[in-house]
Design a binder for this molecule. Structure first.
Ligand SMILES: [Zn+2]
Ligand SMILES: [Zn+2]
Length: 396
């Protein structure tokens, strides 16, 4: 145990430099060539077999244990992508690319998985195989599904999968997890109402989209307030409503509404999607408009498997003590890790990175331009994964 802590501490000291190097070179969805090259150069240096080019910039590494009698394989996943954010941290390792930033800490998740790779490859104190999945395009909600579509499960089979996210609102070193729904599904929609534009003084000669759009926004609100079980959780937000040119005397011929739908429940998700479609169609009929409805299911909810959640709790408690492993409240934010959990047992955990100083960049919210990953949690996160790996693939 102590031996492991020392090893991981010493790798994590270098990993801080890796994390900052990754931070300097942020790239977004499926363009993460810097991170991909960086990961592969480390894996090559350590002699760890890996394949790249899965979902464009994704990388999967495989490490075999000292024994491989169990026939079992455990996967750990890190996301590698950044965001379209103008960085304002003022850190010496701030983004060198204007308008792109690692504002969600995926640079830290990547450095954690590299730390784990180095440690597991050096020690191999397990019976079976470990897969390390470096996943692109999380922020767009596309990377996990794209890796699965490109045959992740067939080419690199695994029995269980685990991941984590840094969490600025929890104190550094505190873990939080829950079985079942933890993060919501994320869907997006666009509605277009086509009418006939014309003179504002002659509405009877137009097909006005404005009253229709207004009624539609109000009607959509009733899908959550009147049709969804109050004990279920759902959000339907219309976030953009566009019509008109700014002229006061012109009735527009097109209104566009976009927004997002979030829930944990598959039936609620199906119901909201189908009822939205029928409301849009009905509004079209009611106001003599042509109504178009596009609905995209972006991210599946993160629904932790009960038994695997327990394994995570035990591993986290072994690292930081049971009093620092909290029960997570579900939140309506999304994570495309849920796509893996639809296919294989596993669980997702959050690891606190908040500091006592409220002005610390580690306390700023995810996606905030002043946010920075806290390198102090690198050894904690890597030790947690190592503990989980050595427990799930214990050499008896
Ligand atoms: Zn994010
Ligand atoms: Zn993130």
């Amino acid at each position: 145990m102590t031996n492991r802590n020392q090893r991981i501490e010493s790798i994590a000291a270098q990993a801080t430099e890796w994390r900052r190097e990754l931070h300097r070179h942020p790239q977004t969805v499926f363009e993460e060539t810097f991170a991909s090259d960086f990961i592969c150069s480390k894996l090559t240096e350590w002699g760890i077999p890996h394949e790249r080019g899965i979902a464009t910039t994704g990388v999967v590494a495989t490490i075999e244990g000292r024994r491989n009698h169990s026939g079992r394989t455990i996967a750990f996943r890190a996301d590698i992508d950044a965001l379209d954010v103008i960085e304002q941290t003022g850190q010496p390792w701030a983004s060198l690319t204007p308008g792109k930033m690692h504002a969600c800490g995926h640079d830290g998740h990547t450095a954690t998985l590299l730390t784990l790779a180095k440690y597991l490859n050096d020690t191999r104190n397990f019976d079976g195989l470990i897969r390390l999945i470096f996943q692109p395009g999380e922020e767009a909600g596309k990377g996990a599904h794209q890796m699965l579509r490109e045959g992740l499960l067939e080419r690199f089979p695994f029995d269980e999968i685990y991941g984590y996210h840094n969490w600025p609102t929890l104190p550094r070193g505190t873990f939080a997890i829950k079985p079942g729904p933890m993060l919501a599904s994320v869907d997006v929609f666009q509605i277009r109402l086509h009418g006939k534009g014309g003179h504002a003084a002659m509405p009877h000669a137009t097909l006005d989209v404005i009253p229709a759009a207004a009624q539609l926004v109000l009607a959509l609100q009733t899908l959550v307030s009147r049709e969804t079980d109050p004990m279920a959780n759902a959000v339907l937000s219309v976030t953009n409503l566009t019509a008109g040119t700014g002229a006061a005397n012109v009735i527009p011929g097109l209104a566009t509404l976009t927004g997002t739908v979030r829930t944990f429940n598959k039936d609620v998700r199906d119901h909201l999607q189908s009822r939205m479609a029928s409301m849009v169609k009905s509004i079209g009929i009611m106001f003599r408009l042509t109504a178009e409805f596009d609905y995209t299911r972006l991210i599946d909810p993160v629904i932790n498997h009960a038994q695997e959640t327990e394994y995570c709790r035990e591993a986290a408690a072994a690292i930081v003590g049971p009093d620092k492993v909290e029960s997570m409240e579900p939140i309506m934010g999304g994570e495309d890790f849920g796509g893996f959990l639809e296919q294989r047992p596993g669980a997702f955990i959050v690891i606190g990175q908040g500091e006592a100083d409220p002005a610390s960049p580690h306390n700023r919210g995810l996606h905030n331009p002043g946010y920075d990953f806290n390198d102090a949690i690198l050894p904690t996160a890597a030790s947690y994964f190592a503990e989980l790996a050595e427990r799930r693939l214990a050499i008896d």
